[in-house]
Design a binder for this molecule. Structure first.
Ligand code: NDP
Ligand code: PYC
Length: 337
């Protein structure tokens, strides 16, 4: 039986906003957080839609997030923006910093934005998509909690450390990909646990380091990077460039800060924006046609381009709404009591 409830996207946003407002989050944060969770449902991303409300609530209840900090945007160098999130959820800090990041990238060609001291519960695709909609190439990286063992190890050290990328496409939605550098996001393992489903092999090890498909055992043991040493190295890169490089917490620091609350990772995020016209000068524009030829080469052989599923889901949910597990809806509605 399909035990899911159909919600319009406005109803999703309204439900998320009501819960966050009820628990004291300041209005500008409510709006920014509700938008990213609604975007998750809109695009068919079950682990980073309304389900993230449970992680946010853990942060709020444990006092691990500042409910009303106004992000402060610092113009620190011609190509560098720093946003101090003040211990609040990340989406509003990104929203406040984006205009200056885009302005700088267009002025000098490449710009970086460090978001510091935030609680990052969200998917990264809305951020790189917004950068790409400015005609820029976007990258985003953030550490999370130390849940993942390095390839060849069995003890949690790294975060699920997502990497996202956005590329503008002429007259269409940007090319976007966005994934954890672990074999699965933590959110996916949590969903397997809630639904008592075994995980696919390769997602994690139990506390004694043995491979397992039991989500509870993985959560007690360690998750694994995707692609062996390659995912492990990318995850290390995320730790470095969105931790020490920007003067913020690592995934080990974040889980220590969390202290068992099961809240959102605390720390920083690094975003990069590149303006192709600054690199290419008079040749700008050609890069888009050349990129389209590469994309055609993917789809013409029956392979799937990242982001096509997302935009199809988006078109569907904008007219038909999103299907959300009934159990999750009940849990979320109970947060209004
Ligand atoms: P997935 O493993 O589901 O991978 C998603 C990406 O891969 C999407 O860009 C997707 O495109 C693309 N993709 C999936 N399958 C295919 C395929 N067969 N062919 C081509 N492309 C494909 O994502 P994860 O579970 O790793 O991550 C889910 C979310 O979790 C992300 O949004 C991430 O940002 C978030 N996250 C956030 C963290 C945080 O600390 N804030 C930590 C870790 C993860 P499409 O969208 O079109 O399906
Ligand atoms: O799914 O790994 C995850 C995650 C961590 C923080 C937000 N999502």
């Amino acid at each position: 039986m399909d035990d899911r409830v159909r919600f319009s996207l406005d109803e999703v946003r309204e439900l998320v906003a009501s819960v966050l407002t009820r628990h004291g989050l300041a209005p500008a944060h409510v709006e920014a957080c509700a938008d990213v969770m609604t975007a998750g449902e809109r695009d068919g991303g079950g682990s980073h839609g309304i389900f993230r409300l449970l992680m946010c609530m853990n942060s709020i209840r444990a006092g691990k997030v500042t409910l009303d900090a106004e992000p402060v945007v610092h113009d620190v160098a011609p190509g560098v923006v720093r946003v101090d999130a003040g211990g609040a959820f990340a989406p509003l800090a990104f929203r406040r910093g984006l205009p200056l990041l885009a302005k700088k990238a267009k002025a000098v060609g490449v710009a970086a934005m460090a978001v510091n001291d935030c609680c990052h519960f969200a998917a990264l695709f809305p951020e790189v998509e917004a950068i790409a909609r400015e005609g820029l190439v976007g990258f985003a990286f953030t550490p999370s909690h130390a849940w993942v063992a390095p390839a060849g190890g069995s003890r949690p050290l790294l975060g699920t450390n997502p990497i996202a990328f956005g590329w503008p496409r002429p007259g269409g939605d940007p090319f976007v990909f966005d994934f954890a550098t672990s074999a699965s996001a933590r959110g996916e393992i949590e969903l397997h646990r809630r639904e008592a489903r075994p995980t696919p092999p390769g997602w994690g090890v139990d506390p004694s380091g043995e491979p397992t498909t039991d989500a509870d055992a993985i959560m007690a043991g360690a998750m694994l990077p995707f692609g062996g040493h390659k995912g492990s190295a990318l995850s290390l890169m995320v730790e470095l460039i969105a931790g020490p490089l920007i003067g913020d917490l690592t995934s080990v620091d974040s889980i220590a800060f969390d202290d068992g609350a099961r809240g959102a990772p605390r720390g920083g995020e690094l975003l990069l924006a590149i303006d192709p016209s600054r690199i290419l000068g008079a040749a700008a524009g050609d890069h888009l046609a050349r990129a389209e030829a590469i994309f055609d080469g993917v789809v013409s052989q029956g392979a799937r381009l990242p982001s096509l599923r997302r935009y199809e889901a988006r078109r569907r949910s904008l007219s038909e709404g999103a299907l959300i597990p009934r159990k999750l809806v009940e849990e979320v509605r109970a947060l209004l009591d």
